[in-house]
Design a protein around this ligand. Sequence first.
Ligand code: ADP
Ligand code: MG
Length: 319
Amino acid sequence: MDEFELIRHYFAAAACARVGGDVALGIGDDCALLGVPVGEQLAVSTDTLVAGVHFSDPCDPYLLGQRALAVSTSDLAGMGATPIGFTLALTIPSVDPDWLSAFARGLDTMAAGCDMRLIGGDTTRGPLSVTLTVFGRVPVGQALLRSGAQPGDLLCVGGSLGDAAGALPIVLGEREADTAEAAALLRRYWSPQPQLALGQALRGKATAALDISDGLLADCAHIAEASSVSLVVEQARVPLSNALLRFAGAEQALQCGLSGGDDYLLVFTLPADMLPAMQAEGWPVHVIGHVAAGDGVRLVDAEGNSLSAGHRGYNHFTS
Ligand code: ADP
Ligand code: MG
């Protein structure tokens, strides 16, 4: 099977490669063509997942396809963008039909849930890695940036944190996965659900937002820096799932929630007067602290005393 047959068979023929929505032309030409409605801007983001660095190798190709697309699409959620489509730059060591069809099915599953379309890509031979570029659209001036947080705003997250980090020992084969809790955590690791609807609902309301990929405290530091403010996180208000608490124990669960990466939930700052309406509409908004004047991220107990944050998240280039 040559490169072109491979692309046709596994990717151009995939359900997620069907043209529609804002995609005027998809796979097969030199470029895809996207329509962006007047008054909207194109939101673009790229992520690379490298075997042995971002996922264990070997791993289940179906789950990898799902997770790769979720991780990338989550950046659109963090900007409040509406998904349009994505390109796939795939590097594979050899042509393995079972692997490719399972990987494409994984992409299909996540693409259907996110209203995403595969619009093109590149296929090369080499050590396994997956690069996805996602495209979305957002009304001019309404994208959720990291830079607008104001002292007095509430600091909020879109759900319980740390589940994906809690699953890591299972993913790495260090712990058994034979309980309902373990299964729930593994689902959060392999199939995170980008909070696209929440991101869009926060347009014109949240003053800053991003999706948590490196851990709550590490990602809050990005908002603090971009907005020139301090973020105060109340440790006791960080939501942790029962599955995580049972599987990892209270202390480890808290570490996962504060510093574990891979959750792909939104963290955002919200003027206090916006909270009642968001909650009344049923959006998952959990207040975990507030924005103050100053800089950096401060973890505090119920009385407002500073706590040590411990390990602050994953960074590829920290020695
Ligand atoms: P070119 O040489 O013009 O860059 P390619 O031969 O790399 O084109 O690809 C042919 C077509 O197939 C292009 O439309 C490209 O976007 C698409 N394509 C290549 N690899 C993939 C892939 N892994 N998934 C989806 N589309 C792909
Ligand atoms: Mg090419």
